[in-house]
Design a protein. Structure first.
Length: 297
């Protein structure tokens, strides 16, 4: 079986792929090709797929071990829950609302790396849209390898020697670095307002520069959930991270890829290389996303 690939226009990373189905994923040559494409490009946009939970799990399994989700978080086919698919549902009565430069948004997320607060963050993630809002709701991707190359040389040199500590907190009022201009929280969901107990807090420390599977250096810095530079409690450490975080926000406007969803799309990214974000939607709208997490090879 053959698959078709094409570059993403005007973006220095990622690849579009067509021709994927349950049948094609049984072909070892196709599976190896997909793994090679992810290692080289960091991001794959699968187009023209059936919007199917089971196919999504099969796509994730190409890249490694698929993590399960708690029963109350799983996607469903009818009344049957599908292990390996997590539902993320944003509705007007169940959403955090922020204001950025005078515009109110729900479903907004800053640039981040999934599970950066764990010693071993997940390797990859598959994402699919289950309900499209009338407008907005784009998912942004930013290549850490490209960021490393484009970062100011002095900042890059400083980050080379840093290890950064992260702590699990999804509450946006805990966002320390990289806040956009005019940022404020208008309303929080009960879930986002909950502060975990000390026993439940997960923390981890990671080097700020990694080597990608293709051999390139990549910036590994998640402004969301970062708490500071390990072993450096002075204000200069926080100032460095804020400067780099604002560089990420700025470079994201020119180097980032923002995916406008179709129900027939799935996106896979290398979580140890790519940062991602959500552009947000009007708080009166709803959006459903389905995620599959690849936790290990």
């Amino acid at each position: 079986m053959t698959i078709e690939t094409s570059a993403i226009p005007d973006v220095g990373f990622g690849v579009r792929v067509r021709g994927i189905s349950e049948d094609s994923l049984k072909d070892d040559t196709v599976r190896q090709r997909l793994r090679g494409l992810l290692a080289e490009n960091g991001l794959i946009i699968l187009e023209g797929l059936e919007p199917d939970h089971l196919l999504q799990v099969s796509v994730g399994a190409v890249f490694g071990k698929v993590k399960d989700y708690p029963p109350d978080q799983r996607g469903k086919i009818g009344d049957r829950e599908v292990p390996g698919v997590g539902a993320m549902i944003s509705t007007p009565d169940k959403c955090t609302v922020v204001e950025i430069a005078g515009t109110q948004l729900s479903n907004w997320m800053p640039w981040h790396i999934d599970q950066c607060y764990k010693d071993s963050p997940n390797l990859a993630r598959v994402l699919r849209c289950g309900q499209l809002p009338r407008a907005g709701g784009m998912t942004g991707f930013l290549d850490g390898a490209l960021l490393y190359e484009r970062l100011d040389p002095e900042l890059r040199s400083e980050m080379e020697s840093c290890s950064i500590t992260y702590s699990l907190s999804l509450a946006l009022d805990d966002l320390r670095f990289g806040k956009p201009p005019g940022f404020r929280i208008v309303r929080k969901t009960s879930a986002s307002a909950t502060t975990p107990s000390d026993a439940d807090v997960q923390t981890a420390t990671h080097r700020a520069v990694r080597i990608t599977p293709s051999g390139r250096k990549a910036l590994f810095f998640s402004p969301w959930m970062a708490t500071g530079i390990a072993g450096r409690a002075d204000t200069g450490g926080d100032a460095l991270l804020e400067t780099v975080a604002q560089e990420i926000v700025s470079l994201g406007r020119t180097l980032g890829y923002f995916h406008s969803w179709r129900l027939s799309d799935m996106v896979i990214w290398d979580n140890l290389r790519m940062l991602h974000s959500s552009s947000g939607i009007d708080p009166t709208l709803s959006r459903i996303m389905y995620r599959t997490t690849v936790s290990a090879l």
